[in-house]
Design a binder for this molecule. Structure first.
Ligand SMILES: *Cc1c(COP(=O)(O)O)cnc(C)c1O
Length: 507
């Protein structure tokens, strides 16, 4: 019996039928890989890059119909070329065309070509960043890039960090370490070991009332509750007011509550506003608070000589969130969490015998899992590394600056137009405005219908937001290929559609 089983096993070892399924040194495998990648790239060019509009305009019902009828897991193999054709026609062709100059809704960027090439390397090599024996060179490369980033943000040799899936994860890490350090320092309590101490329900985190919702989400996930987040009012430019922060701190103290952290935002999602970092770091230092800077959006200003001074003070932050799948033009997902004092990573360090045994650490072998809340993790650092080198600092900076300049010019256009109303002067490249019909009672409905109509026609993909109960429209001008001519076309259509909607209400 045993002998027969062994013979079967050996035969399987010599079996070549998987050669075209996996990439190996076999000729058939390499041929299949080349063809698959070439066909995929052709599909992208035909079904995506060549689109004349930012969206096909397909309705949810049409999209469901297009994808219904495809047998998801057929009994027998199908040709990849046929599948790519079907997926191309029914899914890829109905993508929002993030590369189109009139796709300007969200912090959702067109990805750089060198980063797309990097994705080919990342996926084929499939390194996993959790342990050294799954990603030796990738671990070194990521750490070198992290150290470069730490330097760019003004951290010294004590700084460290980790690539993350984006701002959500980086903000969660910032709140986690702020919470755990407070417990350790003030109560000699390990939350990692003991869970939340009884005092935890009194802990408060201050941030601006336009900070990202993931600060609240993080605090909810961390057992502090959304109510632990104290939104502090902003000034007319949507920046956190240091005086208001001081007032709130005094109020909290009177109520017997304990502030543990301040979150400053560099680039709020709707307005691009930048909180005043220098006074906030002073307040944090005076009060022994953790300062977390959410620079998911605005962190990219480090690449611009002209705008970098706006980040002054960020080097004092205990932790920083930065996203690369926004103003660094990387394919999703790509972000980082930076930490001023790397010893704080010890607060979350875990050992798994199978992954990062303590003997590794003794040997000086880095297992990045100790700094991450993910286990299996993509080698996303590679695409930023390749992009930075391909473009170079000057061109990278110019690319970002051109979008900020465009936003300033667009704001001027809005102010000069009596049918449009600007919410605030843009700081980065988000522009918030509304169509004004002359009858303010109907403007909320009209503005939300303008956005929907232009999306349904596939003409423009823009966003909407709400300020003090009023509906506004938003451009997030990340794409350096968007021009004033594109914006003029958009405004013409916004006004035409707005007028039609307004007339329809009069009937
Ligand atoms: C986008 C954004 C986030 C969330 O980041 P993800 O990468 O989407 O997870 C957090 N904060 C700010 C200010 C952002 O703009």
């Amino acid at each position: 019996m045993l002998e027969v089983e062994q013979k079967g096993a050996i035969a399987a070892l010599e079996d070549r039928r998987w050669d075209t399924c996996f990439l190996t040194d076999a000729e058939a495998s390499i041929g299949a890989y080349r063809q698959a990648i070439a066909e995929a790239a052709e599909g992208v060019i035909r079904q995506f890059a060549s689109q004349k509009q930012p969206y096909s305009g397909a309705t949810p019902i049409e999209l469901v119909a297009g994808l219904t009828g495809t047998e998801i897991c057929p009994q027998n193999p199908q040709l990849l070329g046929d599948i790519l054709k079907n997926v191309g026609e029914n899914a890829i062709a109905h993508s929002v065309v993030v590369t189109h100059p009139r796709c300007i809704a969200h912090l959702h960027c067109p990805p750089l070509i060198p980063a797309l090439a990097a994705e080919v390397l990342i996926s084929a090599t499939n390194q996993s960043m959790d342990s050294w024996d799954q990603s030796p060179a990738a671990t070194v490369l990521e750490q070198q890039l992290i150290h470069w980033l730490c330097g760019e943000f003004g951290y010294d040799a004590a700084g460290d960090g980790i690539f993350t899936s984006g701002g959500t994860q980086s903000n969660l890490m910032g709140m986690l370490l702020a919470r755990d350090r407070h417990a350790k320092q003030e109560l000699n309590w390990s939350i990692q070991q003991q869970g939340l101490p009884p005092q935890a329900h009194q802990w408060r985190i201050l941030c601006s009332d336009v900070a990202h919702f993931t600060i609240r989400q993080s605090c909810a996930l961390l057992g502090l509750g959304e109510k632990a987040v104290i939104p502090v009012e902003t000034d007319e430019n949507y920046r956190l007011s240091p005086d208001a922060v001081r007032l709130k701190l005094a109020e909290l103290q009177e109520q017997g509550l304990t502030a543990i952290a301040i979150v400053a935002t560099v680039g709020t999602t709707d307005f691009g506003s930048i909180d005043p970092l220098v006074p906030l770091k002073e307040i944090a230092q005076e009060n022994g608070l953790w300062l977390h800077v959410d620079a998911a959006y605005g962190g990219a200003l480090v690449m611009s000589d002209r705008y970098r001074p706006q980040l002054a003070g960020i080097e004092c932050a205990d932790s920083i969130t930065v996203d690369f799948h926004k103003l660094f033009y990387q394919p999703i997902s790509c972000g980082a969490f930076l930490l001023k004092d790397q010893s704080n990573f010890d607060l979350m360090k875990l050992h798994a015998d199978y992954l990062n045994p303590e003997t590794n650490e003794a040997e000086g072998i880095p297992d990045l899992v100790t700094k991450s809340i993910q286990t299996t993790r993509r080698f996303d650092a590679l695409k930023l590394w390749i992009s930075l080198q391909t473009l170079g600092r000057e061109k990278f900076g110019e690319m970002i600056e051109s979008t900020i300049d465009l936003a300033a010019a667009v704001a001027q256009m809005i102010r000069a137009d009596s049918q449009l109303e600007l919410a605030t002067i843009p700081t980065l490249n988000a522009v918030v405005f509304r169509y004004s019909s002359g009858n303010s009672k109907q403007d909320n409905w009209i503005n939300s219908q303008i956005r929907l109509t232009l999306l349904q026609h596939g003409e423009v993909v823009l966003a909407q937001t709400c300020i003090a109960g009023n509906t506004y429209l938003k451009f997030t001008l990340l794409n350096p290929r968007t021009t004033l001519a594109d914006i003029r076309i958009i405004f013409d259509r916004v006004k035409q559609v707005g007028k039609q909607l307004s007339l329809s209400l009069q009937k």
